[in-house]
Design a protein around this ligand. Structure first.
Ligand code: G3I
Length: 384
C-alpha cells in the first residue's frame, strides 16, 4: 500500500496558543456588512483569524455548519461561535419529516422556525434538509412514502418557508442511492429498494410547483470518488435533468475517512465534480467531517494535523472545480454526531481508547480552533 502521508499537504497553521488569544468566542459581528462585495474589497485583510464566513465571502463562497436548535438554546458559547463563523447553516434534524409532520397532515415548525430566526438575526442562509429520506421519519410514513404523502408533506413544509428571508435551498431528496448492488432492485440508477426514478422525478416536480425560487439539490454520501454508487448518483442526476425536473445542484455530503493505509481517490472525485459541472448541476459540499482511520498516530497533535491536511487536500480539489459552498456537519467536536453512542462508527465504539481520536470538525470540544479550522481558512484564501 502506498504511504498516503506523502500526499498530504501541510496546512501551514499558526499555533493554538496564539489562536486562543484571538477572541474566537467573541460575538457582536452580526451588525457588520457581510455582503460579498464588501468582503471582496477587504479581501487583502483576510488572515487566519478572520471568521470563516468572511474568508469564504472574500472569494464569493460560503462556509457553514449543521446546527442544532437544542444546543443553540442551551450552549450560548456554541451559538456565538456559529454566528461568528457561518454564512450558511443546515438544521441537524429540525426540518426532517419526524420534526415537521409528526402526525399525518399536522405540521409543526416551532424548532425549525427557531433556527430560521437565529439565522435571520445573524445573517446566515439556511439550507433546507430534507424533504425525503429513509430515516428521520415518523412511524406512520412508509419508505418510500406514497405519492399522496409526499405531495402533502412537500406542500406543507416548503409552503411554510416559501417567503422565508433565509431559507434559500432544499435537499429535495437525501440518500436515495443504495450502497451497493445487493441493496437495489434498480440496476441503472441504484435506487434504494422500492424507490422508482419516476417517484423522485415527481417529488422534484411537486417541489417546483410549490416554490421554484429556491435551489434544489439531490444529496448523498459515498460519492466522493469513482464508485458504483457515484456512477448511479450521476445517472440519477442526469435522469432528473432529462425528465423535466428542476435540479440545481448536487450535495456531496463528504463524511470522509482518510488513512495512511489506503489512498483517497482523487482522480475519481475529480471526475465526479467534472461530470456534475458538465451537466450544469452545481456541486456543493453539504456535510463535511473527517475521520482518520487506523493506523492512528501516537498523539492528538499529529492526529489533528492529519485531519487538517485532509481538509486542505479535499477542499483544494473542490475549489479547483468551482465548489462555492462548504458546510461541515457540525462546527465543534463537542457536538459531533460521530461521538454520539448511536452513531459512532463500530470500529471506534468497540475501542474506547481510540475514541479520543475522533476529532472530525474545525473546533475542539472546548470550542477552540484546531489546525483543521486553519486549513479550511487557508483553502478558501488560496481558492481562485
Ligand atoms: O431530540 C432528542 C433530544 O431531545 C435528546 O436529548 C437526544 C438524546 O440523545 O436525542 C435527541 O434526538 C436525536 C437527534 O439526532 C438530535 O440529537 C435522535 O435520537 C437521533 O436519532 C438524531 O440523529 C441524527 C440523525 O441524522 C437522524 O436524524 C443525527 O444527530 C444527525 O447528525 C444525522 O444527520 C445525518 C444527515 O441528516 C444525513 N446524512 C448523514 C448525517 C449523519 O448521520
Amino acid at each position: 500500500m502506498p504511504d498516503r502521508r506523502k500526499f498530504l499537504t501541510r496546512a501551514g497553521y499558526t499555533t493554538l496558543s496564539a489562536l486562543l488569544t484571538m477572541g474566537f468566542l467573541q460575538k457582536d459581528k452580526q451588525k457588520e456588512d457581510y455582503s460579498i462585495n464588501t468582503i471582496a474589497a477587504n479581501s487583502t485583510r483576510m488572515n487566519v483569524n478572520s471568521p470563516l464566513r468572511e474568508v469564504a465571502a472574500a472569494k464569493g463562497k460560503r462556509y457553514g455548519a449543521a446546527i442544532s436548535g437544542e444546543f443553540l438554546q442551551t450552549d450560548k458559547d456554541y451559538a456565538n461561535l456559529i454566528a461568528r463563523e457561518c454564512s450558511i447553516a443546515t438544521p441537524n434534524g429540525e426540518l426532517k419529516w419526524n420534526a415537521t409532520e409528526p402526525q399525518p397532515g399536522k405540521f409543526t415548525f416551532e424548532s425549525a422556525d427557531a433556527i430560521a430566526n437565529f439565522c435571520q438575526k445573524h445573517n446566515i442562509e439556511l439550507h433546507g434538509h430534507t424533504l425525503f429520506w429513509h430515516t428521520g421519519n415518523p412511524d406512520w410514513v412508509s419508505y418510500p412514502p406514497t405519492f399522496e404523502m409526499i405531495e402533502r408533506h412537500v406542500k406543507g413544509v416548503m409552503g411554510h418557508y416559501r417567503n422565508s428571508k433565509v431559507l434559500k435551498s432544499w435537499d429535495i431528496a437525501n440518500e436515495i442511492i443504495a450502497d451497493n448492488e445487493n441493496e437495489t432492485d434498480n440496476a441503472t440508477y441504484g435506487l434504494r429498494k422500492g424507490v422508482k426514478p419516476e417517484l423522485i422525478r415527481d417529488l422534484f416536480k411537486i417541489a417546483a410547483s410549490v416554490d421554484s425560487s429556491k435551489k434544489f439539490y439531490l444529496n448523498d454520501f459515498g460519492i466522493e470518488g469513482a464508485t458504483w454508487k457515484s456512477d448511479r448518483f450521476l445517472k440519477m442526476v442526469e435522469y432528473l435533468k432529462n425528465n423535466g425536473a428542476k435540479i440545481d445542484g448536487a450535495g456531496i455530503q463528504s463524511h470522509l475517512w482518510f488513512s495512511t493505509a489506503y489512498p483517497f481517490d482523487e482522480k475519481g472525485f475529480n471526475s465526479v465534480l467534472k461530470r456534475l459541472n458538465d451537466l450544469e448541476v452545481k456541486p456543493i459540499i453539504t456535510e463535511l467531517d473527517i475521520i482518520i482511520d487506523t493506523p492512528l498516530p501516537d498523539s492528538i497533535k499529529k492526529l489533528d494535523q492529519m485531519v487538517a491536511d485532509s481538509y486542505k487536500r479535499y477542499l483544494d480539489l473542490c475549489f479547483a472545480a468551482n465548489v462555492d459552498t462548504v458546510i461541515t456537519w457540525g462546527l465543534t467536536d463537542r457536538h459531533t454526531w460521530i461521538r454520539h453512542p448511536d452513531w459512532m462508527p463500530a470500529k471506534f465504539r468497540g475501542n474506547p481508547s481510540n475514541q479520543r481520536f475522533l476529532r472530525p470538525l474545525p473546533f475542539d470540544e472546548n470550542l477552540q480552533p484546531k489546525s483543521a479550522r486553519n486549513a479550511i481558512s487557508q483553502a478558501f484564501q488560496q481558492a481562485t
